[in-house]
Design a protein around this ligand. Structure first.
Ligand SMILES: *Cc1c(COP(=O)(O)O)cnc(C)c1O
Length: 342
């Protein structure tokens, strides 16, 4: 089976498992797990931040970041199709008690003018804008990369008004590899930055929040409150450390595979797809065939040995990752051509 549903389906390699088995561990709620500490130091250094915190999931990283910057009733500016809006079960409202102010970005990328228009006036009648969240790469935007100058302009607006910024960088290293912009050059424009170890980087579990030391000290008890205080978590952190050491540069291959797949898909008459829009490892496309349903297409592809996800209507998403070889991509292209040309 060729599994292109998500880059979360990766399997830890034997070398990663060996690193996990060999990891020295301690009680991380006491701050005594040497492997967790080592991972946090490495992640902070990569992002040019003073400190970092290992958390179980990307959602927890986002939600702790929202919580640490806000009070109930505050407003948070975010793209309308952000992961925080679409895929986090309403957690920002349920757990932090904030109101999300949706802005319709282009492929998930907000224009500085849109952010400016969404910032509430400071008066006794409006909710107060206390946080701006950006997502890089943008998942629902098709793996789109935030242009650094756009981030810089949004940052200038935020700084002038004293509004902190959080980066949902679940796939930050895909953006880094695609753009050549170092992670720290993105990260310096945000008070908190999160990224997932469990997506394209190939670890089985874990995410990071990087920030200044004072904010990380506030995040620690909040992490425990949210149920994310883990004990001998070094077994998991070792996989994350291994991923950061070995699996960043190779993301380039995933991007090349996504390009190759997009090239095959666009030759199929019923498929519409913007090849230029495939910037990283996510391929979004639409099938224009009124005789078929989305579940029919998913079922037929599955029978032929190919798994992808529907993203609503007749739109689909294929994601490349480290367990998909160049040959598997070629085979996926053949399966798509056979199933979608009828
Ligand atoms: C996957 C993802 C997350 C976090 O997901 P978890 O499943 O909680 O690890 C957050 N933001 C974006 C953009 C994502 O793609």
């Amino acid at each position: 089976m060729i599994d292109l549903r998500s880059d979360t389906v990766t399997q830890p390699s034997q070398a990663m498992r060996d690193a996990m088995a060999a990891a020295p561990v301690g009680d991380d709620v006491y701050g005594e797990d040497p492997t967790v500490n080592r991972l946090q130091e490495m992640a902070a250094a990569l992002l040019g931040k003073a400190a970092a915190l290992f958390v179980p999931t990307g959602i927890m990283a986002n939600q702790l970041s929202i919580k640490v910057h806000t009070q109930p009733g505050d407003e948070v500016i975010v793209d309308s199709r952000a992961h925080i809006v679409k895929y986090e079960h309403g957690a920002a409202a349920a757990l932090a008690g904030v109101q999300l102010h949706w802005v319709n970005g282009h492929r998930g990328i907000l224009a500085p003018e849109q952010v400016l228009a969404a910032i509430r006036p400071s008066d006794p009648y409006n909710p107060q804008t206390r946080l701006i969240c950006l997502e890089n790469t943008h998942n629902s935007g098709g793996g789109s990369v935030y242009p650094l100058p756009t981030i810089q302009r949004i940052r200038a607006l935020a700084v002038a008004r004293g509004i902190p910024m959080h980066l949902d960088g679940a796939r930050l290293f895909n953006a880094v590899v695609a753009s050549g912009v170092p992670a720290a050059d993105y990260a310096r424009h945000f008070e908190t930055v999160s990224f997932c170890l469990s997506k394209g980087l190939g670890a089985p579990v874990g995410s990071i929040i990087a920030s200044d030391a004072g904010t990380v000290a506030k995040l620690r008890p909040l992490r425990r409150m949210y149920g994310g205080g883990m004990r001998q978590a070094g077994i998991l952190a070792a996989a994350g450390f291994y991923a950061l050491e070995h699996n960043i540069a190779r993301l380039k291959e995933d991007h090349e595979h996504a390009q190759a797949l997009a090239g095959q898909l666009r030759k199929i008459p019923s498929v519409s797809l913007d090849v230029a829009g495939v910037e990283t490892n996510i391929v979004l496309f639409e099938v224009n065939d009124p005789s078929r349903s989305s579940s029919d297409i998913l079922g037929t592809l599955k029978q032929a040995g190919l798994l992808i996800n529907s993203v609503g209507g007749m739109s689909f998403r294929a994601v490349t990752h480290l367990n998909v070889s160049a040959q598997a991509i070629e085979e996926a292209g053949r399966i798509f051509t056979r199933i979608l040309t009828r």
